[in-house]
Ligand binder design. Structure first.
Ligand SMILES: O=C(O)[C@H](O)[C@H](O)COP(=O)(O)O
Ligand SMILES: [Mg+2]
Length: 321
């Protein structure tokens, strides 16, 4: 495998690299859930591509503006299922980064589009049992998909003895659930896991928005979507179909929506096994790693590294040259 090109400080190299692409798919963050910002702001988190929590990396608006001024199409591709595209728009606005809702493509939206437009399960057995936060609910709503679970306060409690009976005999279950969809759940618990497991045992499809092992936050790492759904996965005994990076279901949906030419598209991200692998598996023209995030250059420069980007920069603002 060829060594990636280091672009920071190499103006000619940057120009040549940028000229190869018409579309840039951007990972955005570490985490940016409202609940997390409120708790984590004092720690000034700094793991991400454009931002981390409320910390925006240097020269982000200028870099995006430079790309737009060259006629490049930008798409913000995030695995963070806790927020919808509309929530992301608010986040962009808050940080003063010009962006449109339609430029955001998240794992919740990816799953919702697949369920609504590809699967097209006939009603009434088309209901989704959500194990995650409001980003998933909002995107299912935007695609007209009925759901239960999610942020329902009735399920944010300990399991009681009678719940075992009522789950097993089906009286606590909705007969119209055809899909269980798991994402990052800050309120995961045994009750929801037991209900989700029962639906899968009764034939529901088992999906995940994404299966990231960790969530970068507050200058550190926390359990990610894959970890919050791991109890269900263990019980079911198989990996869910996932709609976030590096799943090519997400790439196909992005390609369909933005009509991009994969050879002239570059994925920019901070995590090798999601962002960079996503671009490689999707046979994009290139991938660019930024070193402000999860993966370090030692990870891809190491002999026999599994996932190697085409190029890398110290930080996204270095693309300004
Ligand atoms: O656990 C998760 O869901 C992810 O760590 C997280 O949300 C990362 O998303 P991304 O970096 O792709 O925006
Ligand atoms: Mg990231």
């Amino acid at each position: 495998m060829s060594q990636p090109t280091f672009l920071s400080g190499d103006k000619a190299g940057i120009d040549e690299f940028l000229d190869r692409f018409d579309v840039f798919l951007f990972d955005c963050d570490g985490a940016c859930d409202q609940f997390l910002y409120e708790v984590a702001v004092p720690y000034t988190p700094q793991i991400g591509v454009l931002w981390s929590g409320d910390h925006m990396f240097d020269k982000v608006p200028e870099t995006l503006e430079m790309l737009r001024s060259k006629g490049k199409r930008l798409v913000f591709v995030t695995n963070n299922s806790t927020k919808s595209r509309a929530d992301y728009k608010k986040k962009f606005d808050k940080l003063g980064i010009p962006a449109e809702v339609d430029e955001v493509f998240g794992s919740s939206y990816s799953a919702a589009v697949y369920i609504a437009r590809i699967m097209k399960l006939p009603a009434p057995k088309n209901k989704v049992f959500v194990m995650g936060e409001s980003g998933i609910e909002q995107e299912l709503e935007s695609e007209g998909v009925p759901y239960i679970g999610g942020t329902d306060p009735a399920l944010r409690r300990d399991i009681e003895p009678e719940d075992f009976t009522n789950i097993a005999n089906g009286s606590m279950l909705d007969p119209n659930v055809g899909i269980v969809l798991a994402g990052l759940d800050f309120h995961m618990n045994y009750l929801k896991t037991a209900i989700g497991f029962q639906y899968v045992q009764r034939g529901a499809q088992y999906f995940a928005t994404n299966i990231d092992s960790t969530l970068p936050m507050a200058h550190s790492f926390f359990p990610g979507a894959g970890a919050s759904g791991a109890a269900l996965e263990k019980a079911v005994g198989k990996t869910p179909v996932s709609f976030g990076k590096p799943s090519q279901a997400m790439m196909d949906a992005i390609e369909g929506k933005f009509k991009l030419d994969r050879r002239r598209t570059c994925m920019i991200g901070d995590r090798l096994n999601t962002d960079i692998q996503f671009g490689i598996d999707g046979k994009l023209g290139g991938t660019l790693a930024v070193l402000t995030g999860v993966s370090k250059k030692e990870d891809f420069l190491a002999e026999g590294a599994e996932t190697v980007p085409s190029a890398y920069v110290n930080a996204i603002g270095d693309l300004l040259g």
